[in-house]
Write a protein that binds this ligand. Structure first.
Ligand SMILES: *[C@@H]1O[C@H](CO)[C@@H](O)[C@H](O)[C@H]1NC(C)=O
Ligand SMILES: *[C@@H]1O[C@H](CO)[C@@H](O)[C@H](O)[C@H]1NC(C)=O
Ligand SMILES: *[C@@H]1O[C@H](CO)[C@@H](O)[C@H](O)[C@H]1NC(C)=O
Ligand SMILES: *[C@@H]1O[C@H](CO)[C@@H](O)[C@H](O)[C@H]1NC(C)=O
Ligand SMILES: *[C@@H]1O[C@H](CO)[C@@H](O)[C@H](O)[C@H]1NC(C)=O
Ligand SMILES: *[C@@H]1O[C@H](CO)[C@@H](O)[C@H](O)[C@H]1NC(C)=O
Length: 569
């Protein structure tokens, strides 16, 4: 009897104990879960935000969506509203709106937003003040002639903190996407899948290696990984180049070897001529190149005055349809091992539907306004090639000690940032050489001399985030000062940009001189040396050389492909 009571008491105690343990475990998991590894490091600025439910994808625009399985988190700011004709188009005033992509389809937050925000693709070009037919390549760069001047000086716009995607946010998004976003699982397996997976594992286990004299470690996020990945690319990578497509839009790089869109032309030329990487057997290809020029596409198909690029978009769509019907490579991976290299401003938008699954190397790498996906898409350096015969002409500049000008900028008044820059700094301070376009001089001598003799070269965005000035500055060994919120700088996945460039938010333009003066001379000298060392990655050569811009572009595409492979089960 007593024993039985004892027994009942004991088992009651046991049940109670189990219940307590269970409750503690559950509580732990509850507390632990939303702050797990990825999410807590994902958006440092927003760490204080309450965790969001896994299943509920309804977000207010002030919240940051949490990763949900295979979804990508992107930030898309609404395009300028159609009636804002009085003030210049402004990504400055646009607030960022998080959206979620499921299977590459943008799912808009269900909280009410401006209609334009939800459907940027139906924003008709003729209503979008950002829409412009870019001037021919000779006209867009800094020292060209004959562009309208801006009459009204817009005020610096107030923006709430956290509105822009900072470099560190970009890095967090990149890591997050790397960890969680996979390209489509191949419909059927091939050896190349194993090879990519093996490469990924080897890069992740790269031996510590920072004694390569060609690679100065402070310039890189992780020099050991880069070195290993580059070696594996040289050893493994095979690229299939489609022969389909008619000239001149396809297969004719000669048309785009000079001017500001030259990156796509030079890449196409080198890729098509390449013996090492190119294969004629699609079955052994890790990557498939779609050899078109976005510049020529615009030149040949855009109907002046039509204000519509629908026919350009259709042309690319037809092409994908053609190759998807002719080769099974496209269907095998849904296009995720296909890539394109395009420098025209419009290319980002033109390729975002039919080629969205592809790895897109794009000059217009705007992580805010455009659909640029970190971890998949690659920021393509915009290079202004002045001499097709000798792309290295005028390389270099004065040593640091002979750089007498603090800061230099010259350019046309494209977009909304430059008028602000000019408003604050044109003819305001002898140390700040901030001009509109410089008067014509033979071979742009004036402009080049300033680049060669200034400490800092200001790279302010124009209509779009990218500018040839970033590479020009590096070319002439001037420390770049990038004023272009949401611009993903070239080779972002590899280079540690903050070690050799200065990033100034658009809102800080009034404070520009103080920001530059706050950088010690010692620090400046370090950065300038690094600019010289990173230069090799931004140079076009008549014949490609190791670690040059051609190989760096190909490497970033390879790197993103490798890190998106789905582990073969
Ligand atoms: C998501 O959250 C909102 C607001 O909290 C709520 O109204 C809605 O019913 C939720 N939806 C789902 C699917 O849970
Ligand atoms: C999500 O990814 C996993 C593997 O990464 C895959 O098995 C699953 O099918 C994917 N789900 C969707 C909805 O794509
Ligand atoms: C995403 O794709 C997977 C497989 O391709 C499919 O099963 C799933 O239903 C898709 N999800 C959505 C939301 O379209
Ligand atoms: C948004 O679009 C819907 C339907 O297309 C329309 O009824 C509504 O008035 C629009 N709202 C705004 C704010 O333009
Ligand atoms: C670089 O990557 C390697 C391989 O993943 C890793 O072992 C090493 O710790 C990383 N180095 C730094 C500085 O993050
Ligand atoms: C790829 O898929 C599309 C759409 O399902 C189909 O029309 C096409 O014939 C397929 N391609 C090949 C080579 O089977």
């Amino acid at each position: 009897m007593g024993q039985e009571v004892q027994y009942i008491l004991e088992s009651k105690r046991l049940v109670w104990l189990v219940a307590v343990v269970f409750a503690v475990v559950v509580m732990f998991q509850y507390l632990e879960f939303p702050y797990g590894d990825v999410s807590s490091s994902m958006f440092s600025v927003h760490r204080a935000q309450p965790p969001l439910s896994q299943t509920n994808q309804t977000k207010t625009s002030s919240e940051i969506p949490k990763s949900t399985g295979n979804n990508t988190i992107k930030f898309i700011s609404p395009p300028p509203s159609s009636d804002s004709t009085t003030s210049p188009p402004s990504s400055t005033s646009a607030s960022l709106t998080p959206t979620i992509t499921v299977n590459n389809t943008v799912v808009a937050p269900s909280i009410a937003l401006d209609n334009n925000t939800l459907k940027p693709e139906v924003n008709p070009p003729n209503l979008n003040p950002n829409f412009k037919k870019p001037a021919p390549s000779e006209n867009k760069p800094a020292m060209s002639t004959g562009e309208p001047q801006v009459k009204e000086l817009p005020p610096v716009q107030e923006r709430p903190i956290g509105d822009i995607v900072t470099l560190s946010d970009m890095h967090d998004i990149l890591l997050h996407n790397r960890a969680s976003v996979r390209s489509m699982k191949p419909q059927w397996p091939l050896m190349v899948d194993q090879e990519l997976l093996a490469a990924k594992l080897q890069i992740e286990k790269a031996p510590i290696n920072n004694n390569d004299r060609a690679l100065y470690s402070p310039l890189y996020r992780n020099v050991s990984r880069f070195k290993r990945s580059y070696e594996l690319m040289e050893k493994t990578l095979k690229v299939y180049v489609y022969q389909e497509g008619e000239k001149p839009i396809f297969h004719q790089p000669q048309a785009v070897l000079s001017g500001i869109y030259a990156s796509e032309g030079w890449f196409m030329k080198h890729m098509k001529e390449n013996k090492h990487f190119v294969t004629n057997n699609p079955k052994e290809a890790h990557l498939f190149y779609i050899p078109f020029s976005s510049r020529t596409l615009e030149e040949k198909l855009y109907v002046t005055g039509s204000r519509s690029r629908d026919n350009l978009v259709q042309h690319l769509k037809d092409y994908i349809h053609l190759i998807a019907g002719r080769y099974d490579s496209w269907n095998r991976t849904g296009g995720s091992d296909h890539f394109l290299v395009a420098c025209h401003d419009w290319a980002t938008d033109e390729t975002r539907k039919s080629m969205n699954s592809c790895i897109r190397a794009l000059c217009n790498s705007d992580v805010g306004k455009e659909h640029f996906e970190l971890g998949k898409d690659v920021s393509l350096p915009e290079t202004y090639v002045r001499s097709t015969q000798n792309p290295l002409r005028e390389l270099g500049g004065k040593p640091a000690s002979q750089r007498s000008t603090l800061a230099f900028f010259a350019g046309q008044m494209h977009g909304d940032v430059r008028p602000i820059l000019l408003h604050y700094w044109e003819n305001k301070d002898p140390d700040m050489k901030i001009f509109q376009k410089l008067p014509k001089s033979k071979g742009n001598r004036n402009y080049i001399n300033y680049m060669k003799t200034s400490k800092y070269c200001i790279c302010a965005k124009g209509y779009e985030v990218n500018s040839p000035r970033v590479v020009e500055a590096i070319f002439h060994e001037c420390v770049p000062v990038i004023i272009s919120d949401n611009f993903v700088p070239p080779f972002f996945e590899i280079l540690n940009w903050e070690s050799f460039a200065v990033f100034v938010e658009e809102k800080d333009i009034p404070n520009l001189k103080n920001i530059l003066l706050s950088i010690s001379n010692r620090r400046y000298l370090v950065m300038q040396q690094r600019v010289k060392r990173v230069q090799q990655h931004f140079l076009w050569h008549a014949k490609p050389v190791k670690y040059d811009i051609f190989h760096m572009i190909l490497h970033s595409i390879w790197y993103n492909r490798v890190f998106r492979v789905d582990p073969v089960s």
